[in-house]
Write a protein that binds this ligand. Sequence first.
Ligand code: FAD
Length: 311
Amino acid sequence: PFEVLVVGGGPAGASAAVYTARKGFSTGIAAERFGGQVLDTMGIENFISVPYTEGPKLAAALESHVGEYDIDVMNLQNAAKLIPAKQAGGMHEVVLENGASLKARSLILTTGARWRNLGVPGEMEYRNKGVAYCPHCDGPLFKGKHVAVIGGGNSGVEAAIDLANIVGHVTLIEFDSKLRADQVLQDKLRSMKNVDIITSAATTEIHGDGERVSALEYKNRETDETRKVELQGVFVQIGLVPNTEWLKDSGLELSKHGEIVTDAKAATNLPGVFAAGDATNVPYKQIIISMGQGATAGLSAFDYLIRTEPA
Ligand code: FAD
């Protein structure tokens, strides 16, 4: 058993583990894929103090920082079930998909999230080559260009407003017959000159020249007509899904979006169970924020362990 078991090996998990290991606690990390979403990222320009890096490079840096400490990294391990301790100070149990189970007095859950994909031809092929998911991250790469935002909910409309300030032109594409974002955001978007909004539009394909995105094709759901818009970028904003399915029915509180509910100390409703990063209800999903909340979770786990008698 560990004193601290971190589930998830992205920026949040790596940060939490370094913090608890530095407190002298035996720490393990169980991760489906060490590195997390960072592995799928190309350029990173908003990790403060590092003006430019790339996903695989940052993932390798996370691994080497974790490797500086006596942290037991169990990669390619998928957590399938959480069985919380029966009493404070007791052992929590994480059952892995392969049937094995790991125990620890304190848990830090950092299983992250995944962007919902469109699932149309061209999306995977041109990911990071014009197809993007994070306007805070990739918006500035499209300065002066024509981009589309897919999705007319709050995140899509916010992304379109954000991008309209940076890029040349934004086309917002919504599947439904109307936008679902808050009215104040819709009003703001409609007041911007370099934006057009297309509703009742099902994206059918993202085209490219082999190297980069060149156009987006959609079908008008009312007329069945197909149209092609020439552009250089497509931001997919149809939802971020937390990787918390495995926590359902464990007694851990999740929000209606499936996010782990945490407080300012990264504590969950279960004593000794902390959480950090994109899997939680922390506002804004970013590397630097995940690492910060991971550090908070690590320090909170330390605080819990020194104050709680082992049961
Ligand atoms: P994740 O990185 O999602 O890591 C989750 C970890 O948990 C992984 O190791 C995963 O394998 C593991 N896991 C999941 N489920 C289980 C399970 N059941 N059992 C065990 N392990 C599990 N942010 C920026 O700040 N700047 C950027 O430029 C930027 N660009 C991005 C580009 C792309 C294409 C994407 C997808 C995201 C980008 N982000 C960027 C967002 C950033 O990657 C995330 O905010 C950050 O990675 C969240 O860290 P995390 O540790 O919370 O979760």
